[in-house]
Design a protein around this ligand. Structure first.
Ligand SMILES: [Zn+2]
Length: 283
């Protein structure tokens, strides 16, 4: 923690130095972390989550829900050949037992969390598959450590890595992660994750436009335009829901798929299966 204090003090100086040198940390595409760092960071945060059961209570009321989501949906997405790091990262799925949160998130290196509030709100397996594909893409595309690299600056992180105390580095990185990685995803990261979710789902039993179903239902229920504390976290980490519906519809048309709505039925939607195996089992 002492080191973290130093980090906070150094940061403004670093930004100044980088801007004087004409190196803009916000446009760099360099990621200073290795894939192994992503995995380790993710595992560190998994442990922090385990140590905060009040904020992140794990859903244990019916073990069949997680088992079903994992075997039928999550693992089917991971089977896509487009997921390049399936043997490098440690993909896992966990359910957070909070009906008051409409959200899901991914940690670097693969752990994905989905809240019961979101599971109760969605109404088809295609919709959940779309969300899970999106979260997997955040890990796969390394959005968190890309963002950490940009935020803290390449030179600064290099100086840490070239230092002689890797344990302290890991500790600093874990502390930094908590502060930085949960900041709002950029619009381009969100769009990239939507695009990859669409691509992954093309290789599954699910309708590839599933990633937009959540937004369509929010919109139809008047939740996006109204004020909802349930949504506050989600909208702060997932901007531009309305624009993302239109972008996904365009992707569907470009790839010659029928544009279908969240409340449509038919091939690839799996509404009854969702109701019977997931939604009805969450009190
Ligand atoms: Zn996202």
């Amino acid at each position: 923690m002492k080191k973290l204090n130093n980090v906070i003090k150094i940061f403004p100086i670093l930004v100044l130095v980088l801007s004087l040198n004409g190196c803009d940390p916000t446009t760099s595409s360099i990621n200073i972390f290795s894939d192994a760092d992503d995995v380790q960071l993710g595992l560190d945060v998994v442990n922090e989550i385990k140590n905060n059961p009040n904020e992140y209570p794990i859903f244990t009321k019916d073990a069949s829900v997680k088992a079903y989501i994992q075997s039928r949906i999550f693992n089917e997405i991971l089977a896509s050949s487009k997921i390049a790091k399936k043997n490098v990262y440690k993909y896992s799925i966990e359910i957070v037992d909070r009906n008051d949160v409409l959200n899901a998130f991914a940690l670097p290196g693969g752990p994905v969390y989905v809240y019961t509030g979101l599971l109760k709100f969605l109404d088809s397996e295609a919709a959940l598959a779309g969300v899970l594909g999106h979260e997997i893409a955040h890990a796969e595309r390394r959005h968190a450590t890309n963002r950490m690299t940009k935020y803290y600056g390449v030179s600064f992180l290099l100086s840490l890595i070239l230092g002689d105390n890797p344990t302290q580095l890991a500790e600093i990185a874990a502390n930094l992660f908590v502060g930085v990685a949960f900041l709002a995803n950029s619009r381009s990261d969100e769009d990239e994750s939507d695009k990859f979710s669409f691509e992954y789902l093309k290789d599954t039993r699910y309708y590839p436009g599933g990633v937009k179903f959540f937004f369509e239902k929010l919109n139809a229920d008047g939740i996006i335009s109204g004020s909802s504390s349930q949504l506050e976290t989600f909208l702060s980490t997932h901007p531009d829901p309305i624009a993302r519906i239109a972008t996904t519809n365009q992707r569907l048309r470009d790839a010659n798929f029928t544009v279908r709505n969240y409340d449509d039925t038919g091939d690839g939607i799996y509404r009854t299966e969702y109701q019977n195996n997931i939604r009805s089992k969450i009190p």
